[in-house]
Design a binder for this molecule. Structure first.
Ligand code: URA
Ligand code: ZN
Length: 387
């Protein structure tokens, strides 16, 4: 028999999503985004998630079957089938996946139902991981629209689930963003449970910034390529300015898409902080003059932030390596988003191979650093060793 892959060479995907069938059922019942709907002429049901897709949705509803381009994206088996996830992993040499519910998680649920649904969905992820012991772990979803005690109960629930290693969060928090002081007890509970926060975008930037031609002519490119990373960057910058990382020193945050643009812009954020008269006054008034309270963005990047390697190019990856350190970077694919358009979706996906190629080009194929980013870091950081 072939020897087991040594831990030093395990490949781990920390950025990979699923919508369990129960979640899809919820989306099928909805009339506003996020929703799932079938259109005549489109082979798969369509998954419509983003504000940038509403215009196309309304147009398709008006045009009926004459519409040549259905809105959103095809909801293929890849989103809900565990078998497809394992097939994707095997195709790309991925030993372990840390799966998470995809956006927009439970953000749109009514307060009265989100606690129960969170419990069901997280239990389902736990059950799925149990079907492939050692190959699957997960980041849980939190019922952030529910009262604080329900959120706290959810954290206590998921910390007890064998394969749970963190929680996936969007940028809206309790509705006011992640610099909301009311969110601090949640961050504290997550840190005390030794769970990682996987911070992931969904809301992007206001539609109008994409201009009048975007919806008709540019597909999802602007909101996904630029809106998502800016959203993440803004969310972390707000957390930094609010002192969240100082207030909850045990908080560890994995930033999607290599931190958005944070590695590239950290120096500018630092300079703007350094030269801001008003901020200086506010910080003095709150007595935040101690060294610990004035850690730079660079310090926070190296002490409390992890970055995924989902940036598709050695240029961005190099910035990520230099910003957080090669020991804090972890490979990801963003499966099942970004399937090949004109090739067999059961074969290799470029969205996965581009990220692996960028690691090899940046750090050297066969190097210890490349192996670290491809998997060893995740095994250590997320405790994926053994059962
Ligand atoms: N598009 C999404 O809506 N979510 C992802 O995670 C990736 C692409
Ligand atoms: Zn993603």
């Amino acid at each position: 028999a072939a020897p087991a892959v040594p831990t030093s060479r395990k490949v781990v995907d920390v950025h990979t999503h699923m919508y369990p069938p129960e979640y899809v059922k919820i989306l099928k019942r909805r009339t506003t985004i996020p929703l799932v709907r079938s259109f005549p002429g489109a082979p798969d049901p369509r998954l419509i998630l983003l504000a940038a897709e509403v215009e196309a949705l309304e147009k398709a509803e008006k045009d009926g079957s004459s519409s040549s381009s259905p809105p959103g994206r095809p909801l293929t088996r890849h989103y809900s089938s565990l078998e497809q996830k394992i097939h994707f992993m095997n195709t790309h040499g991925i030993d372990i996946s840390v799966v998470s519910l995809a956006n927009p998680w439970l953000d749109f649920l009514d307060a009265s139902e989100s606690g129960r649904i969170a419990k069901d969905i997280n239990s389902e992820f736990s059950r799925m991981c149990g079907e492939h012991p050692g190959r699957l772990y997960f980041f849980a979803a939190l019922p952030l629209t529910a009262p604080l005690n329900t959120v706290q109960e959810a954290i206590q629930h998921v910390r007890g689930l064998k394969y749970c290693r963190g929680v996936i969060l969007g940028t809206s928090g309790l509705g006011q963003g992640l610099d909301d002081p009311d969110l601090l007890p949640v961050f504290e509970a997550i840190a005390n449970a030794d769970l990682l926060v996987f911070l992931h975008p969904h809301y992007g930037l206001p539609n109008q910034v994409w201009g009048p031609r975007a919806a008709a002519d540019y597909g999802h490119v602007l909101p996904l390529a630029l809106g998502f990373p800016m959203e993440t960057t803004i969310a972390v910058a707000r957390m930094y300015l609010a002192g969240v990382f100082d207030k909850v020193r045990g908080l560890r945050v994995l930033l999607a898409h290599s931190g958005g643009t944070l590695p590239f812009l950290a120096g500018r954020i630092e300079s703007c902080v350094m030269h801001d008269e008003h901020l200086l006054r506010v910080r003095r008034k709150h007595g935040a003059a101690g060294a610990a309270a004035c850690r730079s963005v660079w310090d926070v990047l190296r002490q409390q932030v992890y970055l995924d390697a989902v940036i598709y190019s050695p240029v961005g990856l190099q910035a990520a390596v230099e910003a957080s350190g090669v020991d804090r970077l972890m490979y990801g694919t963003d499966h099942p988003f970004f399937p090949p358009l004109e090739k067999d979706d059961q074969g290799p996906w470029e969205s996965a191979t581009l990220n692996a190629d960028a690691v090899m080009e940046t750090l050297g194929k066969g190097s210890a650093e490349a192996a670290a980013v491809m998997g060893t870091n995740a095994v250590k950081i997320l405790r994926l060793q053994g059962e």
